[in-house]
Write a protein that binds this ligand. Structure first.
Ligand code: SME
Length: 158
């Protein structure tokens, strides 16, 4: 077993315990960010929430910065824009080994070299995305997808 899997397997029950009985979405997102960021030492770990925004084209909604750990980041992301907006549009996890080669990537920090964005589903709708950036190239793989998809579902199915 890789050390990455071991770290996730240690973290998963800890996050389950943190989420148990907690109803406040912001509080849960904040602690998931902190737990992941501390365990792995990522460059940036945070949530963008899907927020109604009547003027936002084309969805009438946009992604707005939520709880995060790391440097300041852009606060609004349109549907289909950047890695976050693309994961929202495709309704699936997007793994980008080299963000500099991703058309439309939104560079909140020039230090970020790879990224994973995981949608958060609730009742069939996407309510947020988890965005993680690394200064390493190709930092994220199917192991991250596997565990992060389980972790974000603890937000809505504790
Ligand atoms: N790079 C993201 C924007 C958010 S920051 O990385 C924190 C994107 O392309 O959607």
């Amino acid at each position: 077993m890789s050390s990455k899997s071991e770290t996730y397997q240690t973290l998963l029950p800890q996050i389950e315990a943190l989420m148990a009985g907690e109803k406040d979405m912001i509080a849960k997102m904040a602690n998931i960010c902190a737990a992941l960021h501390e365990a792995f030492g990522f460059w940036w770990t945070g949530f963008y929430r899907v927020i109604d925004s009547p003027d936002a084209q084309p969805a009438g909604k946009e992604l707005v910065l939520g709880p995060f750990q790391g440097p300041v980041a852009c606060m609004h992301i349109p549907f289909g824009r950047g890695v976050c907006g693309t994961a929202w549009q495709r309704a699936e996890t997007v793994i980008v080994p080299n963000v500099h080669e991703f058309a439309g990537h939104i560079a909140c920090s020039s230090a970020s070299n790879s990224e994973i964005v995981v949608p958060v589903f609730s009742g069939g709708n996407i309510i947020a995305v988890l965005d993680i950036d690394s200064t390493d190239f190709a930092a994220f793989d199917e192991t991250d997808r596997l565990y992060l998809e389980q972790i974000v579902q603890l937000l809505t199915n504790p």
